[in-house]
Design a protein around this ligand. Structure first.
Ligand code: FRU
Length: 563
């Protein structure tokens, strides 16, 4: 067990086995008072003489630093046989995916095979801040209950394993056998290169391709998303040309030899780097027409600061993407989720029944490593099935609907009110006592003129968040300005607003509250907001209030059933 102190700088650790270098990793080695310890697995070095050589690295002056006393806490290095991953955090979500320990960012390589939803993710096994990017691995049969599995792809001589994707190679085009899972990711070493690896044991272990990298470029390009194109019988891939604010398109017969076919970008939101793209075809609800959706994650430059997910709708033909234009000829910027904590969102490959299921990292690079957890850091959103819909003017948008599996979480209704007389003072309801108030709240709102309906979750200490519908602007508003948790970072307090897409001021709401997050879905996923919350004590009361012409019907609060 290696003691870690989060405020220390990273040290470079060289693993020396029988006198030879066997790799490196970084760790914020404790100096005074360890915050926690992380396991370093000795099993692979059995029978060998092992040395861990710690070296302080000073930023901006690499190499010039003396390797002086690296720590004063040598006694905190301990030997154990099993690592206790029992949860120690009161902010650990009840029903959202988290790593058992260590830092997590982007979900990647998501692929469905033989009844299992594989979720790989950007993981640091040696601490709860970003470093040592490895593909962690979880698997689920229902998108809700996740089993943690050993890391799937670990850093190698080409670099850390950044984000990417995976798909089933049904025809065995890559030469790894029919139905092998092939992963494509960014090797992040001195430069960013694209590499592949394959799995023939259903995604548990991956063999890295000895011919890596398969794509090199002079500039930062990352997060390849691959998919098999039925029409052209070849592989296609989208790659984020991060600093150029563009997405590059490639095709390949075998996942090893790639030809660049197009570049699309320098449009939409360009306030930060373009990362984690995705491209897929969806049917426009109720029309039979099909369109292509290009997802582009952006950081910073989101509508409320920091990270966010934008998308473009258009056509994809002969390796080229053409975006639909608005009446004035411009390409509109569209956001998938109007909260502050929805990023690196991509979709599963090979999902059954033609489904397109997305998952996002529920955080924001503005403060992701400052949120008040230590054993683990960051959770993922609820899984969402994507749909394309037309608004009243016939313009196309993406809806994110909580995946049908989420219904399994609905437990006993602890509040059930056919009609709530909303007024200024508001009507109070108790949130469930079980699971620190984790719940699903559903309600129908109807408001007109300057009418407003408000849903406030609060505790006895005055910490609160408010979700409201404003008929005048047809917007949903999420206010997380009040509570001690706003000290996390000056970027944390926020009011986020989403177009509600109501018809005649009617809005149907599903609000998912977990220990450190709230996801608001309105009108069957047409309007979505995902925001983190860190109340010191759980919210216990729901106050429903209103101003002007507003009514709330069918209010229910359900316990969460997480068996
Ligand atoms: C997005 C991202 C990716 C990169 C990964 C590294 O959050 O910056 O572009 O592959 O994180 O962990």
């Amino acid at each position: 067990m290696i003691p870690v102190e989060e405020n220390e700088d990273d040290q470079l650790v060289t693993i020396i086995a029988d006198g030879k270098s066997a790799g490196t990793f970084y760790v914020r080695l404790a100096d005074k008072k360890p915050d926690y310890s992380v396991p370093f697995d000795l099993t692979p070095y059995k029978g060998k003489n092992l040395i861990l050589d710690f070296k302080k690295i000073s930023k901006g002056n690499a190499g010039a630093q003396q390797n002086d006393t690296t720590t004063t806490v040598w006694d905190d290095f301990t030997f154990i046989d099993t690592f206790d991953t029992t949860n120690k955090e009161h902010y650990r979500p009840l029903y959202h995916h988290t790593p058992e320990y260590g830092w997590m960012n982007d979900p990647n390589g998501m692929v469905y095979k033989d009844g299992k939803w594989h979720l790989y993710y950007q993981w640091n096994p040696y601490g709860s801040k970003w470093q040592n990017m490895t593909w962690g691995h979880s698997v689920s049969e229902d998108l809700i209950h996740w089993e943690q599995l050993p890391a799937a792809i670990e850093p190698d001589a080409l670099g850390a394993i950044f984000s990417g994707s995976a798909a089933i190679d049904h025809t065995g085009s890559a030469g790894f056998g029919e139905d092998a899972i092939v992963a494509m990711y960014t090797s992040a070493g001195h430069s960013q290169m694209q590499s592949i690896a394959h799995s023939t044991d259903g995604g548990l272990t991956f063999e890295v391709y000895p011919g890596n990298p398969v794509i090199t470029m002079k500039t930062e390009a990352r997060d390849p998303k691959i998919f098999w194109n039925e029409e052209t019988q070849e592989w296609n891939m989208v790659l984020a040309h991060a600093l150029n604010h563009e997405i590059l398109f490639f095709s390949s017969p075998d996942l090893k030899n790639w030809t660049r076919t197009d570049a699309f970008g320098k449009v939409g939101a360009t306030g930060g780097v373009w990362e984690c793209p995705d491209l897929f075809e969806l049917e426009v609800e109720g029309t039979g027409e099909k369109k292509w959706v290009l997802i582009v994650n952006l950081n910073p430059g989101g509508p409320f600061g920091g990270s966010a997910t934008q998308y473009f709708i258009g056509d994809f033909k002969d390796g080229k993407f053409t975006a639909d234009v608005a009446a004035d000829g411009s390409i509109p910027t569209k956001w998938m989720d109007f909260g502050k904590d929805h990023y690196a969102t991509v979709t599963w490959s090979d999902a059954p029944d033609g489904r397109r299921v997305a998952l996002g990292w529920m955080s924001n690079w503005e403060y992701a490593d400052q949120v008040p957890t230590m054993q683990f850091r960051s959770a993922n959103t609820l899984p969402r099935d994507l749909k394309l819909f037309q608004d009243a003017d016939g313009e196309l948008f993406l809806a994110s609907v909580p995946s049908p599996e989420v219904m399994k979480l609905r437990g006993k209704a602890v509040v059930s009110a056919a009609k709530v007389a909303v007024g200024k003072a508001g009507k109070k309801f108790s949130l469930p006592r079980s699971n620190d108030g984790a719940c699903e709240i559903t309600a129908d709102v109807k408001a007109s003129g300057t009418g407003m309906a408000e849903f406030t979750l609060s505790n006895a200490d005055g910490e609160k968040i408010t979700i409201s519908y404003d008929a005048a602007t047809d917007e949903l508003i999420f206010d997380r300005m009040h509570g001690t948790f706003t000290d996390i970072s000056h970027n944390f307090p926020a009011v986020t607003k989403a177009p509600a897409f109501s018809s005649d001021g009617k809005v149907s709401l599903r609000i998912f509250v977990d220990r450190s997050s709230v996801e608001v879905f309105a009108n069957d996923g047409k309007s979505v907001m995902t925001n983190l919350i860190f109340p010191e004590k759980p919210y216990t009361v729901l106050t429903v209030s209103g101003k002007g012409k507003a009514e709330v019907t069918n209010l229910k609060v359900y316990e969460i059933n997480m068996k």
